[in-house]
Structure formats: structure tokens, C-alpha cells
Design a protein around this ligand. Structure first.
Ligand code: HEM
Length: 507
């Protein structure tokens, strides 16, 4: 076979140009690297978002590289770069990295983890149908009822708000997805399977957590070899994950046969599956959309509200000012509701500061570059993992002076109206923005404003009567929670007592 000289020259030229382009277009800067290991030894396991923000300052760049074993992770540390890459160039940055461990753990189902493609699109569309702004309005009566349950429970047991918050968050998401109410979360099979599965996922995906993410061929080696412990871990997680996906779905199916199923996303989707127009992937996609509603929605809501409780505990003056606003606008003879939201700017500022101060997903969910790209002279190759450092963006002292300080006033103008910064960036941006943001936003807001209306959050005391100090610190992982702290939800006064005693148990 003869090769035309012109073709040969063209191939050489293209290869040369491509290699030149790589030479002249550098990767985003990184700290000094070791041969082969890259920055592996400096990759932080505790609060990595702070370290990445520090590296970004040291390197004077909002986009930085982190190398490990030849793999590149690009970290975005500014809103400007996030807007340009994730929104304006969203077609190039809507992929997700898909480390081998995800499939091994059985987590290759949910919208949040899937690579950019048809499987993701089908699930994303289903989520959108059930959670876009207007669709989310339909859940408000349920949210109000469950938030009132939360108040009632805490009223009866003022030391354990975390427990009842977990119940409320699980109850809202499982009622929406399966019509399933939660009594005791520790005894609930759905809740336990989901919490166990998520904990195992969280422990397996951070950089450096699992050797198989760096050397995918290891998944083919026998389990008895040293270092192959991840295989048993993955098998166990896959079983729990399968239980988490299938058990509630099957129970709704059975309930529809018995006539006991309550209306839910699952029951709607199961009915639609019976229609002749339903496609092949329908049942799997529908199951996935339902389970992700709990998986993505419950723990994040708990983390956001717990951060808010901690902030309010440490700032009694913020509680007093918010309560004054609620008393003036809403009065003392009813609880605040969604209809009051526009009239409560200070409460809104508190809510925004809660989301900013202790960010629920400080590194968002990782994105990946879908094709080669160049940003401000730096090369981002196809396949590079792209981490979105929301913490760095919302703790940028140029935009948020004294970013560590909890200061709701930063969201108010001099005349008391709200600034344009709605901090919605905490829900991500671009095509992979949080599917549940409207429900999340309304649940977290309502939990905070309702709590403020009837309780004072005060420090717990030790056996000597001394106040127990709460520490401002958080956990690592995809979802970050404040470290456990103690406080008491004290009923504000007689008027609050009357309101609380009138609350009825939600169906
Ligand atoms: C305070 C509560 C919540 C916070 C802070 C939050 C935050 C986030 C963030 C940062 C992302 C990643 C966005 C990106 O990749 O750019 C995300 C993704 C996602 N969230 Fe939420 N979320 C919350 C609640 C919820 C709820 C209640 C639901 C479901 C009803 C939900 C469903 C999802 C889904 C399905 C994704 C994956 C989207 C995709 O990859 O296409 N989230 N969320």
C-alpha cells in the first residue's frame, strides 16, 4: 500500500502543530511537582477547599492545576472563571469525571455522578419535570406541614434538634419521591441504606482515597493480593446501594397494586411507564430520579440548616434582629409562611449568609472537560477533572470583607433592601446546576424562619451550669456538616408557646 507524500506531510504537520500548541499553551500553574507523583504529597485531606484557595493566592491565578500520577485536576477559584467556563462554555464543562470506583460501588446511576450524555439527559429531564420552579410550588404545603412537625418535636425535646432536623429532611424528600413518611430515621430501612451507601461513596471518591482511581487496571487483579481491600468495600457498597434504589421503588409498586400507595413522584412515574409511549430506559431512569431526590436532597438540607443553627447560636444579636422583623411583619398570632418571604429582607439576608458562611458542598460536585479548551492562555485538556471551589468564591475577601465573620448585613444595602447577590452559586452553575435548588431553597428558608419565630437558640450548659462553647469547624466529604455541637431550642415566650401548642401532627 502506498501512502501519498501529501498525506504524510499533512499528518506530520498536524502532529507538529499539535505538539507546538501544547508547548506554547501551558497548563494552569501549579505548585512545584515531584516527578511521577506530582502534587500528590501535598494534596490536603482536611478542608481541601481552604488549601486550594491558598494555592490560588500563592500562584496569583484563579485557575490552578493539581497533579497526581500524571492526572490533571484544574481548580476554579473565582466566580469570574466559573461563569466563563461553567456557564458561557457549558457544553465543554458539563461532563463529570467517572473514576472506576463509582461503577464498582454501584453509584453509576444518579444524575449527579453520570457523565454528560444520553443517560444523564434522560434523568436530568425527569428531575426538571418534577423540580422546576413551578413544579416545586406544589410541594409547599408538604414542606410547611413537615417543618411544623419539626417545631413540634423540638418543642417537646429541646436538646435534640439534629435528630428532628434529620427526620424533617428525610420526611420531605421521601414523601416527595415515594410518599413515604419517616418516623425514627435510625429504624427506617430506606434512610439507613441511603446513609450507609452515601458514607461509603464519600469515603471513596476524594483525591487519593482509592488506589483504583489512579490505576484502574487494579480492579481486574485478584482480591487476595495486598492492597485490593477496595474490592470487598465496593461489593458491600454495591449491595447497599442496590437496596437503596430498589426497595422503596418496589414498595410503591406493591402499594399501587394494594391500593395503599400515596401520591408521589414514584407513583406518577410508574403510572406513566404503563403508557405505550414510554421508552426502554424508562423504569431505570425513573427509579434513579426518585432515589437521587432523597440522596441529594436530605443530607444537604440537614447540613445547611445545622450551619444556620450554629451561626444563630453564636450570634444572639442576629436572632433578636430577625425576630423583631418577623414580629413586625408577621405578627405573633401565626407562623411565618412563604407568602411573607418578600417582606422579610433581614431574614433573607440571614438565610443568604448561612449558605455563604458554612458552605454545604464547598467543592461542589466535580466537573470534567468534555473537550480541549484554552482559558486566559492556559490549556485545559479533554478529560481533566475540574473542581469548582465554591468556598474560595464565597470567602473572597475582596467581595466579602472579613469572610469568616457571620454578617448578614453584607447582603443589605444602606436603605435595608437586599443586594443583587443571591448566593445561588452555592447550588452550582451551568448545565449541571443543582436540580433540586427550588425545593432546597424553600425548605431551608422555612426551617430557619420558623425556628426564629418561636425559639431562642441558646448554649447548652454542663453539669456545673457553665455554658458549653460551640466550635466553628466542619467535616470533610462531598457534603460538609458543622462538627457536632450542643444547644437548646428555648421557647421564646408565652405567645410562641401558644403557637407551638396549636401545631398538629402532619398526616
Ligand atoms: C441546601 C441544599 C442543597 C445544596 C446546597 C445543593 C448543592 C448542589 C451542588 C453544589 C450541586 C453540584 C452542581 C454542579 O455540579 O455544578 C448539586 C447537584 C445536584 N443536586 Fe443539589 N443541593 C441541595 C439540595 C438538593 C435537593 C433538595 C435535591 C433534589 C430534590 C438536589 C438534587 C441535585 C441533583 C440531582 C444534582 C446533580 C445535577 C446534575 O449533575 O445534573 N439537591 N447540588
Amino acid at each position: 500500500m502506498s501512502v501519498s507524500p501529501a498525506l504524510l506531510i499533512a499528518v506530520i504537520a498536524v502532529t507538529f502543530i499539535a505538539s507546538r500548541r501544547r508547548c506554547v499553551t501551558p497548563y494552569p500553574p501549579s505548585l512545584p511537582t515531584w516527578p511521577f507523583f506530582g502534587n500528590f504529597f501535598s494534596i490536603p485531606t482536611r478542608v481541601p477547599w481552604k488549601t486550594y484557595a491558598d494555592w490560588s493566592k500563592i500562584l496569583h491565578r484563579d485557575l490552578i492545576s493539581v497533579w497526581a500520577f500524571g492526572q490533571l485536576t484544574v481548580v476554579i477559584n473565582s466566580k469570574k472563571a466559573a461563569k466563563e467556563l461553567l456557564e458561557r462554555r457549558s457544553a465543554k464543562y458539563s461532563d463529570r469525571p467517572f473514576p472506576p470506583i463509582i461503577k464498582l460501588l454501584g453509584w453509576d446511576f444518579g444524575t449527579g455522578m453520570l457523565p454528560y450524555g444520553d443517560k444523564w439527559r434522560t434523568r436530568r429531564r425527569l428531575m426538571h419535570k418534577h423540580f422546576h420552579f413551578n413544579a416545586a410550588l406544589a410541594y409547599r404545603p408538604l414542606q410547611e406541614a413537615k417543618v411544623h412537625d419539626f417545631l413540634r418535636h423540638v418543642h417537646g425535646d429541646k436538646w435534640r434538634f439534629e435528630r428532628y432536623l434529620r427526620v424533617a429532611a428525610a420526611d420531605i424528600s421521601l414523601s416527595i419521591s415515594y410518599g413515604h413518611g419517616v418516623g425514627d430515621p435510625d429504624e427506617d430501612r430506606f434512610v439507613r441504606a441511603a446513609e450507609d451507601s452515601m458514607a461509603m461513596l464519600s469515603g471513596a471518591v476524594f483525591p487519593g482515597a482509592m488506589v483504583v482511581n489512579v490505576f484502574p487496571f487494579l480492579r481486574h487483579l485478584p482480591e487476595w493480593l495486598p492492597g485490593m481491600g477496595f474490592q470487598a468495600y465496593a461489593r458491600r457498597c454495591k449491595e447497599i446501594t442496590s437496596d437503596m434504589i430498589n426497595t422503596p421503588w418496589d414498595s410503591v409498586k406493591q402499594g399501587m397494586v394494594d391500593g395503599t400507595a400515596r401520591p408521589s413522584m414514584a407513583s406518577t412515574l410508574i403510572s406513566q411507564m404503563r403508557e405505550p409511549s414510554a421508552g426502554e430506559d424508562t423504569e431505570d431512569a425513573a427509579k434513579d430520579a426518585c432515589v437521587i431526590t432523597y440522596v441529594a436532597g436530605a443530607d444537604t438540607t440537614v447540613a445547611a440548616v445545622t450551619g444556620g443553627v450554629l451561626a444563630l447560636l453564636l450570634h444572639p444579636q442576629v436572632q433578636r434582629r430577625a425576630q423583631k422583623e418577623i414580629d413586625t411583619v408577621v405578627g405573633r398570632d401565626r407562623l411565618p409562611g412563604y407568602e411573607d418571604r418578600q417582606s422579610l429582607p433581614y431574614v433573607e439576608a440571614v438565610y443568604r449568609e448561612v449558605l455563604r458562611w458554612m458552605i454545604v458542598a464547598p467543592l461542589s460536585l466535580p466537573h470534567a472537560a468534555y473537550e480541549d479548551d484554552v482559558y486566559e492562555g492556559f490549556f485545559i485538556p479533554k478529560g481533566a477533572q475540574v473542581i469548582v471551589n465554591l468556598w474560595a468564591m464565597l470567602h473572597n475577601p475582596d467581595e466579602y470583607p472579613e469572610p469568616e465573620v457571620f454578617k448578614p448585613e453584607r447582603f443589605l444595602t444602606y436603605d435595608g433592601t437586599l443586594t443583587d447577590d443571591d448566593v445561588k452559586i452555592v447550588f452550582g452553575s451551568g448545565r449541571r446546576v443543582c436540580s433540586g435548588l427550588h425545593v432546597a431553597d424553600s425548605t431551608v428558608w422555612l426551617l430557619l424562619v420558623s425556628t426564629l419565630a418561636v425559639f431562642n437558640i441558646v448554649p447548652a450548659k454542663d453539669e456545673h451550669g457553665n455554658e458549653i462553647c460551640a466550635e466553628v469547624a466542619c467535616t470533610d466529604g462531598l457534603v460538609s456538616h458543622p462538627l457536632p455541637f450542643q444547644c437548646i431550642f428555648e421557647t421564646r415566650d408565652n405567645e410562641a408557646e401558644v403557637l407551638l401548642s396549636q401545631l398538629k401532627e402532619a398526616d
